[in-house]
Write a protein that binds this ligand. Structure first.
Ligand code: SAM
Length: 281
């Protein structure tokens, strides 16, 4: 299905996730800039420990839209369940996650390619299902939540994570001020499908919501070179040909038009914990 919102355009998924180095470059630039906000995989582990009745004896843990497997590996290392399965639609990311797991022999983790709208697990088979920073790629997130409901075992817990609609708006302002995309501030949020403001309601379509936590994450990019590493692969903007995907050219353009100074920006990160209707079933 095509959409004007790049994150909802299934035809562009290969562009975003067809190469692990693109996601790694983008994530690393953002993590280097982070000045406040906890590490998300560890926060997910903390929520599981707090909300599952027997976190030390977990069976199957499913990590949807696992990307490069960072959360899956943390869940396996911290919780030692019977097995963590990371599921992602992008073959390149699954391959990369498997490569990382091979360097940690004995860890109960594996990775499968699949679509989170149709989970390859029996009903009532998962103690934990995690969906972090991925449901905003679905035009039908309620269908994914219904699948999670089907997959959850009695007493099972789902942890959802997403970002606020106006995340990184200071970047939009800079992109517009630099003349790189004059409409940057008017463009629709990439997180329109599932964001901090509707995550609990989306989860509540099929599940009982136990807790909603918001955490503000702040980022300070050193200057144009650092910012360009992140901006160059941001599909939100309509950049001139040659700039999209090219951090060097983008940084050079920024240096020409704006004084080089740090940029601070924010994103609200929201965690929702939910369980099957009726609690312990
Ligand atoms: C921003 S990454 C998030 C990765 C990881 N969960 C994290 O927290 O870092 C979004 C991931 O969702 C995956 N994805 C998008 N649509 C999907 C679908 N229909 N089924 C499974 N994975 C999907 C993408 O391939 C990508 O790896």
């Amino acid at each position: 299905m095509t959409s004007t919102n790049p994150f909802l355009d299934s035809g562009r998924q290969t562009e975003f996730y067809g190469d692990a180095s693109r996601l790694a470059g983008r994530s690393n630039a953002l993590m280097r800039a982070k000045t406040s906000g906890g590490p998300v995989p560890e926060t997910i582990v903390g929520l599981v420990r707090h909300h599952h009745e027997r976190p030390n004896r977990l069976g199957l843990v499913l990590d949807l839209g696992c990307g490069r497997g960072t959360s899956s590996l943390t869940l396996a290392q911290e919780l030692w369940p019977r097995r963590v399965v990371g599921l992602d639609a992008a073959p390149a990311l699954i391959e990369y996650a498997r490569h990382r797991a091979r360097r940690l022999p004995g860890l109960p983790v594996s990775f499968v390619q699949g679509d989170f709208h149709c989970l390859p697990v029996p009903a009532a088979s998962c103690d934990i299902v995690v969906a972090a920073f991925c449901l905003y790629h679905s035009p039908r997130p309620q269908a994914v939540v219904a699948e999670i409901d089907r997959a959850l075992a009695p007493g099972g817990v789902a942890v959802f994570v997403t970002k606020g609609l106006d995340s990184y708006r200071e970047m939009d302002q800079l992109v517009a001020a630099a003349g790189l995309d004059l409409r940057a501030e008017q463009r629709e949020s990439l997180y329109i499908s599932v964001h901090s403001g509707n995550l609990a309601a989306v989860a509540a379509e099929s599940l009982d919501v136990l807790v909603v936590e918001h955490e503000e994450h702040s980022f300070t990019f050193d200057g144009h070179d650092h910012l360009a590493e992140y901006l160059a692969t941001n599909p939100k903007y309509d950049l001139a040909p040659g700039l999209y995907g090219n951090a060097g050219s983008l940084a050079a353009t920024l240096h020409e038009v704006l004084p080089d100074r740090p940029l601070t920006t924010k994103s609200l990160v929201t965690f929702v914990v939910a369980q099957a209707r009726g609690g312990q079933q």
